[in-house]
Design a protein around this ligand. Structure first.
Ligand code: GDP
Ligand code: CA
Length: 348
């Protein structure tokens, strides 16, 4: 139920469940700020928050390398929320070394442009071992989180392998023009610099949402699309059969946070993904791309950075409640204020 104007405080105090649909670095940092805000604003008396947060994480970047199953976005969220992330990189473990990767390269195996840190490798070894013993990715994620205690429930978007591949427009190294390469190869090896014509989610047609995902969307009070890559992070989650419909039908408020500030992807190369699908790199265009639920889209509200304030009126014309606030995730405090503004927009 939409709270009546003026009833904001009582609506917030009833907040019970928030669900976030996240990619890696952007989704993880936003969720860390959200948890910090909820701990202060809705404490449980034991150092946490009484608001339950579920993070549905993109698994489209997953891959098998050196015989190991790697889940980059799940690990980024888990390490960030669990306190083990490398703050400088935004992904991988802090205090890391790369001796094992160097040894694998000496055998001429693996991808020489993709290094796995020694500490990080332990996660992949444990995950691969559990998967080969018959556990699902959801079960493995729950097991890994017993150690990291992220303060939120982490759910892979799907237990079936789904891998984002990129169709390259030009021949590059061993890849002919028009062939499909793994997203991580396009992103990390080629820094998204090879023109692409489309993203293909290999395995998607047979995939189903992981246990709890649809329920987390249907049963939430607020759903947040954090400032994650709208194409290959959130876009991939939305493509999992059933997810888009669940978002359209949920009684929760659905709000998004722009990953684009002043016409540029804040960190990374999201602009290359947006141009591939024909969406302009602007806060307004990404909001319109997600679209208002009242017009067949998936969000009700859209938060833009204060420098994009002039987009607010036209976003309103597109059926989106929009507001402009600082959206740079400089530190946990700034991100916590961003999360507070996100929840306020949802409950407005
Ligand atoms: P990835 O899977 O590691 O690429 O991470 P995500 O998909 O979750 O998020 C990547 C996106 O986060 C990038 O495309 C950026 O546009 C966005 N981003 C990174 N840092 C910030 C920030 O400080 N503020 C905002 N608004 N967006 C950010
Ligand atoms: Ca990712």
């Amino acid at each position: 139920m939409r709270p009546a104007p003026g009833c904001l405080t009582s609506a917030v105090s009833e907040l019970q469940r928030v669900t976030v649909l996240a990619g890696g670095v952007g989704g993880a940092r936003f969720t860390r700020g959200l948890l910090a805000h909820l701990k202060d604003a809705h404490p449980d008396g034991a150092g946490g928050s009484r608001v339950a947060v579920t993070v549905v994480v993109n698994t489209g970047d997953d891959m098998t390398l050196d015989g190991l199953r790697i889940c980059p976005d799940l690990d980024t969220v888990m390490y960030t929320l669990g306190g083990g992330i490398s703050e400088e990189q935004g992904w991988g473990r802090d205090d890391e070394s790369r001796r094992v990767s160097a040894e694998i390269s000496a055998y001429g195996r693996g991808w020489d442009w993709f290094t796995l840190g020694d500490l990080d490798l332990a996660t992949h070894i444990v995950r691969t071992d559990l998967l080969s013993g018959g556990a699902t990715l959801s079960e493995v994620t729950e097991f890994l989180c017993r150690r990291w205690r992220p303060g939120a429930t982490l759910l892979p978007m799907s237990d079936s392998p789904v891998e984002t591949h990129v169709r390259v427009a030009e021949a590059v190294d061993e890849h002919p023009a028009g062939s499909l390469i793994h997203f991580e190869e396009w992103w990390v090896r080629y820094r998204a610099g090879v023109p692409a014509t489309e993203f293909v989610q290999v395995g998607l047609e047979n995939a189903t949402a992981a246990p709890g995902v649809i329920e987390a969307i249907r049963g939430a009070d607020i759903i947040v699309l954090p400032p994650s890559n709208p194409v290959v992070s959130v876009g991939t989650i939305l493509a999992v059969p059933g997810v888009r419909d669940a978002l359209r039908q949920t009684s929760a408020r659905v709000v998004g946070v722009s990953p684009i500030i002043g016409g540029a992807a804040v960190r990374g190369m999201a602009d290359a993904c947006l141009s591939t699908i024909g969406v302009e790199t602007s806060a307004k265009a990404v909001g319109v791309h997600y679209g208002a639920r009242t017009a067949g889209g998936v969000i009700d509200g859209w938060l833009v950075d204060e420098t994009d304030e002039d987009a607010v009126a036209s976003l309103a014309d597109a059926g989106l409640r929009a507001r402009a606030v600082p959206l740079w995730m400089r530190d946990v405090d700034a991100t916590s204020r961003m999360a507070e503004a996100t929840l306020a927009l949802a409950l407005d």
